[in-house]
Ligand binder design. Structure first.
Ligand code: G4P
Length: 525
């Protein structure tokens, strides 16, 4: 047991639909925490990062961020770990894995648009994991939708009870400040040039607010009063249970409301809690070191050409160079090259605590979902894999590059870029690739070509549904047209169906067949 007290942490992610303002808000958090002297440099970093990697070149071209970055900054004496989630129109398992490593989420909505399809899917994952969600209604400096309408949408679409922590003074497009409903104060904001520096805030008492803001103040009081009458006050208990969401109004661009939101990350979001192992026994935070791998990525930077396993510390203190073991293999894990990654820039990590993320460079043999530990052995539940929704097959364009293709396929499978379903009787080129979104296939093909020198042709697959099956059912399905039986990397047999109606019919006609849906919450380890 380590005797040192566990330092306080907030480990969270910002999720949003593309363009809602995630990058801007991330940058403003860094500005308010004093980690950036002036806003505008995160994008510059992104530019530089993209220039150093052809994989990231693709990110830049498409204006998306595929790789996740972990940003660490202190704020009010607490170390914040902000895990960046890839933001793109398409779904990717990568985002879901990041959500397995955080304790809370900030959801950014564009207040002119409300809930968009991508956001909805992400929230389902948050709800499934009972992750506490703070909501930021962004872009209130521009004309947008009514507060009540937005709140209603959050409740209706996501099933999270919105509890406004702040209420806007002035309508969207003429945004003057907010009432902090928890204190009753009017916080008036002042614009700064291009939002590059912290927006001055003025605390105004109600009388002065009424005199100076007139109608805007009266309307805001009415709105806030309505919330009170409805009992929609911030409720830490139901927030932590993932049932209600404190709502903040603001504008990341002009920095309005950013401090109040960042303060809420410290005041409302939870510090790391002890994690339960596969036997549902809790490993205390001050127990021996333990962590789980939620992301594995090779060739992040061609200058390094290495492989990094990202692990979230669950208990104890990580010390660089310490002895650690991978539970699945029973083998030692090299901790000599531990790093944090900020874009392409790496810093060595000497010490890490529960809630922190460490990047282990060239820790061979580590896979997503692996538990690593020191001292008393422990195994945490694996990271859920998601039910694939799209299928494809791939073949090398140049048959002379088959070896490279195979190597790439194995590596990208291990990283979880796509799920590889193998034909028990066939070779690698017969494999079917499965993913939650098309983008995963694009990343897969791009990386095969650029990192493994195996340009690849992606062929669409006709399959529309997937079920877990067993050997006797697999035998029965052999002769059925439009059905194929394959094996997942965990050894499980799965049946793919071209036609969901055929699946339905088989279900009805032969109820004894084993055709189980894949569960989003199962562990693959
Ligand atoms: P994302 O990471 O969620 O995709 O969004 P990002 O922060 O890149 O923001 C998308 C666009 O929305 C950017 O404009 C950004 O400046 C703008 N934006 C973000 N927050 C606010 C806000 O509070 N108010 C207003 N009015 N706009 C906001 P862009 O034109 O695409 O990029 P840029 O040229 O401004 O960098």
């Amino acid at each position: 047991m380590s005797a040192t007290p566990v330092p306080d942490r907030r480990t969270f992610a910002i999720i949003s639909h593309p363009d809602a303002g995630k990058t801007t808000l991330t940058e403003k958090f860094l500005l308010y925490a004093g980690a950036l002297a002036e806003a505008g440099s995160v994008k510059a970093r992104t530019g530089r990062r993209s220039a150093t990697s052809d994989w990231m070149e693709m990110e830049q071209k498409r204006g998306i961020s595929i790789t996740s970055t972990v940003l660490q900054f202190p704020y009010r004496g607490v170390v914040c770990n902000l895990l960046d989630t890839p933001g793109h129109r398409d779904f990717s398992e990568d985002t879901y894995r990041v959500l397995a490593a955080v304790d809370a989420v900030v959801m950014v909505l564009d207040s002119a648009k409300g809930i968009e399809p991508q956001t909805l899917k992400l929230f389902e994952v948050c709800r499934l994991r009972k992750l506490p969600v703070l909501t930021f209604l962004n872009k209130y400096d521009r004309p947008g939708r009514e507060m009540l309408e937005l709140l209603d949408e959050i409740e209706r679409e996501i099933g999270l009870r919105p509890t406004p922590a702040t209420w806007p003074v002035g309508i969207s497009g003429d945004f003057r400040g907010v009432i902090d409903r928890r204190t009753g104060e009017f916080v008036r904001f002042t614009r700064t040039v291009r939002g590059q520096s912290i927006a001055p805030e003025e605390l105004v008492d109600p009388e002065q607010a009424a005199a100076e803001e007139g109608r805007a103040w009266d309307d805001a009081l009415e709105g806030a009063g309505l919330m009170e009458a409805m009992g929609a006050d911030v409720d830490p208990e139901s927030f932590l249970a993932g049932e209600s969401t404190p709502v903040f109004v603001g504008s990341a661009l002009t920095n309005f409301g950013v401090r109040l939101l960042l303060d809420a990350v410290i005041d409302l979001a939870p510090s790391p809690v002890p994690r339960a192992d596969v036997n549902d026994e809790v490993r205390p935070l001050d127990a021996d070191f333990s962590a789980f791998v939620f992301k594995v990525q090779a060739n992040m930077d061609p200058a390094h050409r290495d492989r990094i396993a990202f692990a979230r510390v669950c208990s104890g203190t990580f010390e660089r160079g310490m002895d650690a073991t991978c539970h699945r293999t029973g083998k030692p894990v090299s901790t000599k090259y531990a790093t944090t990654v900020f874009g392409a820039e790496r810093d060595t990590v000497e010490l890490a605590h529960p809630g922190d993320v460490i990047g282990l460079i060239n820790a061979q043999g580590l896979r997503i979902g692996d538990t690593i530990y020191a001292g008393e052995p422990v195994e945490f539940p694996g990271i859920p894999r998601f039910v694939p929704e799209v299928f494809a097959s791939a073949r090398p364009l140049d048959t002379g590059r088959t070896k490279q293709f195979r190597r790439g396929l194995a590596q990208l499978d291990e990283e979880g870029v796509v799920q590889v379903l193998r034909d028990p009787d066939g070779g690698e080129t017969d494999a079917v690739l499965a993913a939650v979104g098309q983008l995963q296939f694009e990343v897969f093909a791009h990386r095969l070509a650029s990192e493994f020198g195996a340009p690849t042709e992606m062929l669409s697959s006709p399959y529309q549904a997937i079920r877990v099956t067993d050997a006797p059912t697999a035998l029965r399905l052999r002769g059925v047209s439009g059905v194929r039986v394959l094996r997942r990397d965990n050894g499980e047999l799965v049946a793919l169906f071209e036609n969901p109606y055929r699946l339905q019919r088989l279900h009805n006609d032969e109820p004894d067949l084993v055709l189980r849906p894949l569960l989003t919450t199962t562990s693959d380890n």
